[in-house]
Design a protein around this ligand. Structure first.
Ligand SMILES: [Zn+2]
Length: 309
């Protein structure tokens, strides 16, 4: 049943995307998302778009996006259409925020983080659950800081292509969440959904660290009257220190043009594919070609694992 449903999600040509943050060099963890999203889109006969998530200027490293794009090219990835940069889309995010405001879906919030911590009903997985303090207006004389989306007290359910049935009650587990931050930046949840809608994305493939964001994004789709895409969350790779492999954790798992083929081979293996041993000596392009011809989404393991380099 599970496998059959997963297969059905691949019947129509998908429009997928890879959406890295330019906060450092390409790491094995990011390569998994690039490879998984690329192969899932391509094996459905679909398109693969690229988006640079440079929403948060202080975290962006100048030149990192270009370096990553060059490396992806060297590894043989080919994307469709123009690259989208979130930093160029603030007006569009504002437009959608205003629409949600017009629909009565959002409200201004004057709470500080400390206040929310102090009055939260219980700790949520990603910080305190917003207690709803400003739902009916900010207290007299206080300046609004953030804009929050009013959530509903019902379960958001979906079937992830890798991790299976998922369900979350936003009111209980998250609370009304931020779309526009106190520091003036748009929240990741809003930007991702607006970008995916505007580019017609039908298939979202990304790391399992974003599993818990997905119900919020599906709820946003519902608020905007748009059908949400299919989701495939990929298992996370952990280093020896038990931490997710990422640019924040040093040079372990760094992908370069020189080790690209080996990294792709290992990424295919990590995603539950069985690349032949002799392909260890092939070029990145040959490995991607093998992946396009042999990728089996149903064998992606729903389990985070440690990997050694
Ligand atoms: Zn508030």
């Amino acid at each position: 049943m599970n496998n059959q449903l997963k297969q059905n999600q691949l019947v129509a040509p998908a429009i997928g995307r890879f959406a890295p943050s330019p906060t450092g060099p390409l790491h094995f963890g990011t390569l998994l998302a690039a490879l998984g999203s690329y192969l899932l889109a391509k094996c459905s006969g679909g398109r693969w778009l690229l988006r640079i998530e440079d929403l948060d200027p202080p975290r962006v490293i100048p030149g990192a996006a270009d370096t990553m794009l060059r490396l992806l090219e060297q590894l043989g990835f080919e994307w469709d259409g123009e690259i989208i940069y979130q930093s160029q889309r603030y007006e569009r995010y504002q437009q959608v925020l205003e629409r949600l405001r017009g629909d009565g879906r959002v409200f201004d919030c004057s709470c500080t983080r400390r206040e929310i911590l102090a009055s939260a009903p219980h700790p949520g997985e990603e910080g305190p659950v917003y207690p709803g303090t400003c739902r009916n207006g900010v207290c007299g004389g206080r300046a609004e800081r953030a804009v929050r989306l009013r959530v509903a007290d019902r379960d958001i359910q979906y079937r992830d292509g890798v991790f299976g049935e998922q369900s979350q009650n936003l009111e209980h587990d998250v609370g009304d969440f931020v779309l526009h931050r106190a520091d003036g930046l748009f929240a990741y949840q809003l930007a991702v959904v607006v970008d995916d809608i505007d580019t017609g994305i039908t298939q979202v493939v990304r790391g399992a660290d974003l599993l818990s964001s997905t119900p919020r994004q599906i709820y946003l789709y519902q608020c905007l009257d748009v059908v949400s895409p299919d989701y495939f969350h990929l298992p996370l790779a952990f280093g020896d220190n038990g931490k997710k492999l990422s640019k924040r954790n040093g040079d372990i798992g760094l992908v370069t043009a020189d080790n690209g083929a080996l990294m792709l081979w290992r990424a295919l293996e990590f995603l539950g594919q069985s690349p032949p041993q002799e392909f260890l000596n092939s070029t990145p392009a040959e490995l991607l070609s093998w992946g396009r011809g042999n990728f089996q989404p149903v064998t992606i393991p729903a389990e985070d694992r440690q990997i050694r380099f």
